[in-house]
Design a protein around this ligand. Structure first.
Ligand code: 3PY
Ligand code: MG
Length: 276
C-alpha cells in the first residue's frame, strides 16, 4: 500500500469539493496499474457493463490500483444490489450502476455500498426509515463500509425528469453522466454539441451540485470537451479510456507513418512518369 493512501481519500476530496481525475480502464494486463499510476490519477473507472472482464480479474485490478493509491470504481452491468456488494467485497471502493431511473434502484445500491453485508427485509425497512439500526450495528456498518462510494449513472430522459427525487437519496455520493446513452435516449445520437444535449447536461450538473454531489461526464473524445464541462461545474473528471487513447494515438501515428509511405509512392509514381 502506498504510504498515506486512505480508503476514503476520494470521498474526502469530493466532500471538500475538490476536482478529482480518472480514466476508464478496460485492460487487465498486469503491467497496466504501474503504468497508469504514472499519470497521477485519483481513480480508475473499471467498466464491466460494456467490457468483458471476469470477476477474479476485476478483483485483481481493484486490489492492484488500490495498492498504488488509486481508487478503483467499478461499473456493474445492471443496478443489482447483490452485484454491487459483491464487487465491493472484491476490492472496489466505488460502484456505479448504469441507466438509473428509479428511486428504489438508487436506494438498493446505497444499501449495498453503505450497509453491506445487510440485505433483505431488514435493510429495506432501514432504507425506508421504518426501523433504525441499533447504535452498535450502525457503528459496525459505518466502519465496515468506510470510504465506499455510491455513484449513479444518469443517462436517460426519464432519469432527468425526476432528478431531484433520485438525487435526494441519502448515501448517494455522485453522478456520472453517460453522454452516449443520454444522447441516444434523447433521440440525438452522439450530437454532443446539440443545444438540447448541452441544456440537459447543464441541468444534471446544476442539480447534482445543488444536492452537494460530485458530478462528472465520461467522454472519450478530445480533452477540450472535458475542459468545457469543468467550467460548467464538473468536478469528477472521467477522461477517456485506455482503449480510446490507444486507438486514437495509434491511428494518428499510422496516418503520419503512412503519409510518408504515400509521399514515397507518389515520388515513385512521379519518377516512373518521368521515365515513361
Ligand atoms: C455513456 O456515454 O453512455 C457512458 O455510459 C459512458 O461511460
Ligand atoms: Mg452509458
Amino acid at each position: 500500500m502506498i504510504t498515506g493512501f486512505q480508503k476514503d481519500d476520494l470521498k474526502q476530496k469530493l466532500l471538500q469539493r475538490h476536482q478529482v481525475y480518472g480514466t476508464c480502464i478496460t485492460t487487465n494486463a498486469p503491467r497496466w496499474p504501474g503504468i497508469v499510476a504514472g499519470s497521477d490519477l485519483d481513480f480508475v473507472f473499471i467498466d464491466t457493463e460494456h467490457i468483458a472482464i471476469d470477476r477474479a480479474e476485476v478483483s485483481k485490478m481493484c486490489r492492484s490500483y488500490q495498492a498504488l493509491g488509486i481508487t478503483p470504481i467499478v461499473r456493474i452491468p445492471k443496478p443489482d444490489p447483490f452485484l454491487a456488494s459483491q464487487v465491493v467485497d472484491d476490492g472496489a471502493i466505488g460502484i456505479i450502476a448504469p441507466y438509473l431511473e428509479h428511486v428504489d434502484e438508487i436506494k438498493g445500491l446505497v444499501g449495498a455500498t453503505k450497509y453491506r453485508p445487510l440485505k433483505g427485509e431488514k435493510l429495506k425497512n432501514i432504507l425506508d426509515g421504518k426501523i433504525h439500526p441499533t447504535n452498535e450495528l450502525k457503528s459496525y456498518l459505518e466502519k465496515y463500509n468506510h470510504g465506499n462510494l455510491c455513484i449513479a449513472n444518469i443517462e436517460s430522459v426519464p432519469a432527468v425528469e425526476q432528478l431531484d427525487k433520485l438525487l435526494s437519496i441519502e448515501g448517494l455520493d455522485g453522478v456520472f453522466i453517460g453522454p452516449h446513452d443520454l444522447s441516444i435516449n434523447m433521440g440525438i445520437p452522439e450530437q454532443y454539441d446539440h443545444p438540447e444535449f448541452i441544456k440537459t447536461v447543464k441541468v444534471i450538473i446544476q442539480k447534482a451540485r445543488k444536492h452537494t454531489l460530485g458530478v462528472g461526464i465520461h467522454f472519450s473524445l478530445e480533452p477540450e470537451r472535458q475542459l468545457y464541462w469543468i467550467k460548467e461545474g464538473v468536478n469528477i473528471v472521467i477522461h477517456s479510456s485506455d482503449m480510446a487513447l490507444f486507438s486514437q494515438k495509434l491511428r494518428a501515428d499510422m496516418n503520419i507513418l503512412k503519409s510518408l509511405d504515400k509521399n514515397i509512392k507518389n515520388d515513385e509514381q512521379n519518377d516512373s512518369s518521368i521515365i515513361i
